[in-house]
Every structure is written in C-alpha cells, then in structure tokens.
Design a binder for this molecule. Structure first.
Ligand code: BDP
Length: 596
C-alpha cells in the first residue's frame, strides 16, 4: 500500500490534532449510532497518541473495549474532480470508520494502515464528520492474542506479553487526493551485478485503461540514470551507488501514467539498490558479511505511549548512531512507516516483525501458575487466529516490501515451537511469507524452551533468532554459570548451519543503582551481563548479530516482576544512558572481534 504523498497530481492533508474522544465502557455506541452526530460527553484527545496516559484517569488508562474518536475536516476546494481517500496509518487494535453517516472501512490489526475511497461521501469545499470506533480488546482471534473476562469492575483484559497494551490512533490520519486514474501500487526488487545495479519494477494502476506507464529513475542529485516504459520492466544502472548499511543512498523512481504529453498521475518511490542473501552461516548485504549490532526496541514514550512523534524518532536514531548500533528489530509489531523511511535514508538495518507475540501458553502458564489450553488448538489460537496472523503478514509485506532497510522478516516473537501443533500452525505462514516476498530471508524469534534439538520451526527459517536470559531468568546473579550455559547452547544452535542473531539478551537495571559486587538490578551487573554474553558470541562464528533487550525502559502491564515497567533498557524511558551504554559504545564503535 502506497504512502500518501504530495506531488503535481496528488495532495494530502494530515488530520492530526485534538479530536473529540470518549470511552464506551458499556459498548452502547455502536447500537446507538454515535457516529451520526457530534460525539456527546466527549473530551479532547490528541492524535496521534495512545489515549491511555494522556488523561489522568484510571478508567481511561485501563479501559477495555471501544473508544470513540471524532473530528471534522474541510475537504480542500481544489480537490473537485479528484478521488479522495481517508487513510489511518494505524488504529490499535481494530476500528470501524464512518464519514458522515456512512461506514467507509473496518480493519483488524493495530499496526498496519488502512484506507477508504471516500469520494462519494465528501464534497470539496465542505466539511465532513469523521468518526472512528477503536477497540483495544485482545482475544484468541487477534494478533497479539489475549483473553477478556468479566471482572467485578467490568471487563478484564489478560494478555501474554509484558509491554503495556497501549491503544488508540497511534499514527497520523490523512485525507488525500489522487486523480481517478491513479497508480495504486509499485513493487521494486533490486539487484547488483558487479558495478551494475538493477531495479525490477511492477506498477499497478486503477482506472488507467488507455494510459501509458512511464518510469524514470534518478540519483540523489536528481539526474536521470535509467528509464522505462510499460507497467513492468527492469532498469539497469551502470556504476551504481548502492544502498548499504551506514549509508542510506537512495534513488527516486518516478512512476507516471501518461496520456500523450499529459501526466495524469505521478508517484515517486525512494529506492535503495541493494541485495540480501543468506549463505551458510553468513548474512550478506551486497555480497558482504553483515554483523547486526543494536537493539530490540519498542514504540514507547511517557504520556504519548505508542503515539508516533518525529522528535523522538530523530532522537532515538541519534542515540543509535552515538552508541554504534547499525540495526534494530521492530519488536513486537510493525513500527510507524516514518521509522522505516528514516532508516532507509540513514542506512540503518531493520528486522521487521509482525505483532504475533505471546503465542506460548505453556511458557506463560509456567510463569503465572495458571493453566491454559494448548496454544495452537481450537480452544485457543485456532484457524481463525491463524488467518488473522496470515493477514497481518500480508499487510506487513504489502506495506514494507520496498524498504531497503528491511532485510529480514520476523513472523513471530517467542511462540511455542516444540510441538507438532506449532509446526502445523507455522509451516504455512513461512510459506506464505516467502510467496509474498521471495527476496528476503524469513525467520521467527525463539525462546529458551525451544532447544536446538527440540525446536520444530527453525527448519523453516533462513536465520535463527534467539532470545536468551541466562544470568537473569535462570542462573540469576550467577554470570560464572550463565556464560558457559549460553556458550554451550549457541554451539548447539550453530550445528544447524544457519546464521544466528541473538535478538534479545538483557538484565533489568535500575538507573542509579550501583553495586561494587555486580548484583542484579545494578548498573554494574548490566555491564558485566552484556560482557559475559559478548565473550560467548565472539567464540561462535555462526553468531552474526547481537540485539540487546532493550533499547530503552518501557511501560508494562501491572505485575510482580516489574517495578514501574521493564527496566532492561540501556537507556531509561526518557533516554538517559545507563553505564551499559558507554560499554556498548566501546564495543560497537571499536575494532571489535565481532567485525570478522
Ligand atoms: C522476552 C520477550 C520480551 C520481554 C522480555 C523480558 O520477548 O518481550 O520484554 O522477555 O522479560 O521473553 O524482559
């Protein structure tokens, strides 16, 4: 799905700002038709933001179910004769949208965009009411899953991941125009052969019968380097300047629908020419071995929750640069497209993950002492849940397929992986991902119960991604025992003959807590913990990446193992470095044995 953009044939308007907002604790709004009139008893709520922490109100923070958002927008007069589209970059976790009195779109999944052609429902120059009901409930048929039950104070939401279930309109909302005949999708696949770059392109258009498709590729200076005609083709770029880690060199692919000399529609897609390949235990970008340094992150900030914010976007990337990180994982859901575009422009490598987290009821039951049905069964995540997961993969690939920064798909985080039912659930999802995108490796992120011998999913993965917590959840405080246990396990995984990225390792650390003898929770322990892991990584050639858990402290649901959130951040929630930050900086910016 193409991002809205301004151009000679297109315009966009952001609907961000203060919207009318109201929770719907009894779920009456859908029957009562709240979209038909200005939202009664509403308060003002900023968009984009999670609604939870903005107001100081437990009933809003812990709300389970529908909330209503509404705004009024004037459609620009100049859009007469154009096609008008309403797009939500995200509504977490599902939404129904009305324009005036008419329902225009509904969408499942909290982290991918959706849109509706609303031309028939608006009049250029006039105002129109836009209403969205957003539902934050997690069930067996959502990704991620959860359970809603009746509690004394109303519905209760349980879920199986630790990060807080922030909800609302987290990302920009757009009204945009295109001509009736328009470019509806573009797909590029890039290649390198010696010093020549190739760009295979495929253009989809609607209402464009009789129009010709023309493409022009230009370099960063705006100079044309290749051109083509027709909806599909291959462009060749001699002496190409590729996109590479640390250098986000982009070309612009200008796609035009033309009628003789008239340009009916034009769309410009940034293109990074690069290749990705797994060979043996190596991960190659442009044919060169790449070693991932960086973090699993979260979209998480004080007050705004998961609301996108350009200030923090730039600041987080500045911190990644400062510390020497060359990559991150979008744990545990697709991030705002602004994040990927920034990574494209700055040469930061991304592992792109779906929102499938918490699909491991055996592990959760072990931690909580509660009993659950088998994870992948008709009583829990069944066929309907898998179809939602499949759709989440389709939407992720459709949205992110053209980003050079994305080098690897992660289709789930820490699912159950040692059972036949897990294999039956995941095999088709791996196949689906490869069918959708044959150009990028695919993997899933595993956890400690998935041993190198017992795991049933890694056979489908191109890259092994492992999360390990020796010295924290096991061998707590005992790094002398943790190091050898970790090394032995990595050596066992290395026998699979695939590249290994350690996608999580970390220790909760209270900023400012010090201890001469490194004790868990102290800054010194976090430093020694990471050091212990690095010594093991440096002994296993198949380890080709290290992502510390987590970039920053983040908000979690209430629980007895978290004090004011998850404290495994190398930065605090307000982005101040802990001692581990300087230690990582020395390793990642230094010559490092990992640069092999
Ligand atoms: C891992 C999860 C991650 C958690 C982390 C932790 O993948 O989401 O935040 O553990 O417990 O299992 O800190």
């Amino acid at each position: 799905m193409l991002r809205p953009q301004d151009g000679p044939t297109r315009e966009r308007r952001r609907l961000d700002g203060l919207w009318r907002f109201r929770t719907d604790p009894t779920g009456e709004g859908r029957d009562a038709g709240w979209w038909r009139a200005p939202l009664a008893q509403s308060v003002e709520m900023p968009v984009p933001a999670s609604y939870n922490d903005v107001l100081v109100d437990a009933a809003v923070r812990d709300h389970v179910g529908d909330v209503w958002y509404q705004t009024t927008v004037r459609v620009p007069r100049g859009w007469a004769g154009q096609r008008v589209v309403l797009r939500f970059d995200a509504a977490t976790h599902r939404a129904v949208v009305w324009v005036g009195d008419e329902e225009v779109v509904r969408h499942e999944g909290g982290y991918t965009p959706f849109e509706a052609d609303v031309t028939a429902h608006v009049r250029p120059g006039e105002e129109v009411r836009v209403t969205a009901v957003v539902d934050n409930r997690l069930t067996w048929e959502s990704v991620p899953p959860g359970i809603v039950s009746d509690g004394p104070g109303g519905p209760r939401q349980d879920y199986f991941h630790d990060f807080f279930n922030y909800a609302g309109l987290h990302r920009p909302v757009w009204l945009y125009s295109t001509p009736a005949a328009h470019v509806s999708d573009v797909t590029v696949v890039t290649g390198l052969s010696g010093s020549t770059g190739t760009v295979d392109y495929r253009v989809e258009a609607e209402g464009a019968d009789g129009l010709e498709c023309r493409v022009v590729l230009s370099d960063a200076t705006g100079e044309e380097v290749a051109s083509g005609r027709g909806a599909t083709g291959t462009l060749e770029v001699p002496d190409v300047h590729p996109w590479r880690p640390g250098e986000g060199h982009l070309h612009d692919l200008r796609v035009e629908l033309v009628d003789g000399a008239d340009v009916v529609d034009a769309y410009v897609l940034p293109v990074g020419i690069r290749t990705v390949e797994v060979r043996g235990t190596e991960f190659l970008i442009n044919g060169e071995p790449f070693y991932f340094t960086g973090f699993g992150k979260h979209e998480d900030l004080p007050v705004r929750g998961k609301g996108h914010d350009d200030v923090h976007l730039v600041h987080d990337f500045a911190l990644l640069d400062w510390i020497g990180a060359n990559s991150f994982r979008t744990s545990h859901y697709p991030y705002a497209e602004e994040v990927l575009e920034y990574a494209d422009r700055h040469g930061i490598v991304v592992i792109d993950e779906t929102a499938a987290v918490g699909q491991n009821l055996g592990m959760i039951g072990g931690i909580t002492g509660r009993s659950y049905p088998p994870t992948f069964s008709a009583e829990a995540i069944g066929d309907a849940g898998r179809e939602v997961h499949a759709q989440a993969i389709r939407e992720l690939v459709a949205r992110d397929k053209n980003h050079p920064c994305v080098v690897l798909w992660s289709i789930a985080n820490e699912p159950e992986a040692h059972t036949d039912s897990a294999r039956a659930y995941f095999e088709p999802l791996f196949t689906l991902t490869r069918d959708l995108d044959p150009t990028r490796p695919v993997g899933y992120v595993n956890q400690i119960l998935a041993s190198a011998d017992g795991d049933q999913l890694s056979q489908f993965a191109d890259v092994l991604m492992v999360n390990r917590y020796y010295g924290w959840y096991t061998q707590t405080g005992d790094l002398a025992a943790a190091g050898p246990a970790l090394l032995a396990e990595l050596q066992a995984w290395a026998r699979h003959g695939k590249p290994i990225i350690v996608t999580e390792y970390g220790a909760d650390t209270v900023a400012g807590l010090h201890s001469a003898l490194p004790q868990p929770w102290s800054e010194e322990y976090q430093v020694e913990f990471l050091d212990t892991y690095h010594r093991a990584f440096d002994q296993v050639d198949a380890v080709i990446g290290e992502h510390v858990w987590n970039f920053a402290d983040f908000a979690t649901k209430a629980g007895i193992i978290r004090v004011d959130g998850n404290k495994k951040g190398v930065f605090t929630r307000d982005r101040r470095p802990k001692a581990a930050a300087s230690a990582l900086r020395r390793r990642w910016r230094g010559p490092g044995p990992w640069r092999r």
